[in-house]
Design a protein around this ligand. Structure first.
Ligand code: UD1
Length: 416
């Protein structure tokens, strides 16, 4: 298993530029299937999840060219609607192809989606909506076969503002017959990005960024060129790493407007933050306060993806912090690894109680999922001595080159 080796204790200092957003880019790749022609996506991050999505696109007949951070997808001919199991199983985002292929080809077969081991992650909300729009399903050997004579616009009320389900329903409805209204839609920037991409391609969507999306089906979409927004989770990870090491870091090209809840929390724990356009300067020197209570929430609340990295930081804060995880039940798994490093974290159901300790000690730990892996790297930066974080492949699912970036900020860090 490939790993990352860190010698802790260095204060991060310097400047780093933020990559394109993973969670915004992945649905755009699926959305290219809706367009009979070429889509050009700029600022696309070179991460494993994107490479896997490309494999899926190629397997269904698309021609793909990925040069630097520019991705060109020619989806003129879709020759296959069965997604390869090996890639579909690897990541939950693969299920986003369901809406796109149903819309374009009126059929899809797809293995139950995989992804991080952070919880049950069901897909009932997606399937209920597709079914309401006219799709039928058969399930066999963990594969879902779906088809529809036609998809029709419907009024859909979501029982939870699921990001993935909202994106899937938007994809299914842009080419559907008639009008679709999604009530209780997710408002995450990654949903807004998908809608903006589709509108640029000729889709008719109203209410973008709100919990009511109104979509008027159109017969076809046109070729499109689009630039992916910077990654708010990567930016957040680096801000937390700066605070963890009491460093002073300048983030260039950060999605400042999407980061309010994190920036507020960082100010509350004592960080000094200066915003300048799309740049963030953070000084984490005095940022050692605990967080009396924080819960993960849907946007614009505190993001679940930054909960584990925060937990690592709070493990060394002055005082007791409490986190409630509302989105994914297994996100606290990482506490066991942090405790091995000397943290004092107690978990009961969806609450974590974090007693700040004076020091963490470096050792061999294992990442079992993406954001937990980022948390272990942050812990390694704070710890005394050397830390080996096994499971680099999980971290590479979302960070283009976290070792390069942290090294450029002065961390003693290498790939093992
Ligand atoms: C989630 C995050 C998103 C993050 C992404 C990657 C939220 C609301 N969503 O999106 O910000 O970028 O992970 O880590 O924070 N659910 C159901 N049935 C469904 C779909 C979802 O019960 O059909 C539940 C899930 O179990 C979970 C919650 O809804 O508890 C959020 O799921 P959803 O937003 O769909 O997850 P992702 O799209 O993966």
């Amino acid at each position: 298993m490939k790993s990352i080796n860190i010698i802790g204790g260095n204060t991060l200092c310097g400047e780093v530029s933020i990559q394109g957003s993973k969670n915004a880019a992945l649905p755009l790749l699926a959305a290219t299937v809706l367009i009979k022609g070429v889509s050009v996506i700029h600022n696309c991050p070179r991460i494993t999840d994107i490479f896997h999505m490309i494999k899926i696109l190629e397997s269904i007949g698309c021609k793909v060219l990925f040069t630097g951070n520019c991705l060109k997808v020619d989806a003129t001919d879709i020759t296959n609607t069965a997604l390869p199991e090996e890639y579909a199983k690897l990541m939950r985002s693969s299920f986003i192809f369901a809406g796109a292929l149903l819309a374009r080809k009126k059929e899809v077969s797809i293995h139950y989606p995989g992804g991080c081991v952070i919880g049950k992650r069901p897909i009932d909300i997606h399937l209920d909506a597709f079914s309401k729009m006219g799709a039928q399903f058969v399930e066999k050997n963990e594969t879902i076969y779906a088809n529809a004579k036609k998809l029709t616009g419907e009024e859909i009320l979501l029982s939870f503002p699921s990001v993935g389900a909202t994106q899937n329903i938007v994809m299914a409805s842009v080419l559907a017959e008639g009008n679709t209204i999604i009530r209780g839609a997710a408002k995450e920037p990654e949903v807004t990005e998908l809608c903006s991409f589709l509108v640029k391609a000729g889709a008719k969507i109203q209410g973008i960024g709100t919990e009511i999306l109104k979509i008027e089906g159109v017969p076809c979409l046109q070729e499109v060129e689009y630039k992916v927004v910077p990654d708010r989770i990567v930016a957040g990870t680096y801000l937390l790493a700066a605070v963890a090491t009491k460093g002073a870091v300048f983030l260039e090209n950060a999605p400042v407007d999407h980061m309010n809840s994190l920036l507020l929390m960082l100010k509350n724990i004592g960080a000094k933050i200066h915003l300048e356009g799309n740049n963030i300067f953070i000084n984490g020197e005095g940022a050692n306060k605990s967080v009396p209570y924080l819960e993960t929430e849907v946007y614009p609340g505190y993001p679940t993806d930054l909960q584990s990295p925060l937990m690592a930081v709070l493990s060394r804060a002055e005082g007791i912090s409490v986190i409630r995880e509302n989105i994914f039940e297994n996100r606290f798994r990482i506490s066991g690894q942090l405790n091995r490093m000397g943290a004092k974290i107690f978990v009961k159901d969806n609450h974590a109680l974090i007693y700040g300790v004076e020091k963490l000690k470096g050792m061999e730990v294992t990442a079992e999922e993406l954001r937990g892996g980022a948390a272990l790297i942050i812990a390694g930066l704070m710890a005394e001595g050397s830390t080996k974080v096994a499971g680099l492949s999980y971290i590479e699912r979302g960070y283009e080159d976290i070792v390069r970036d942290l090294k450029c900020l002065g961390a003693k860090i290498e790939k093992g």
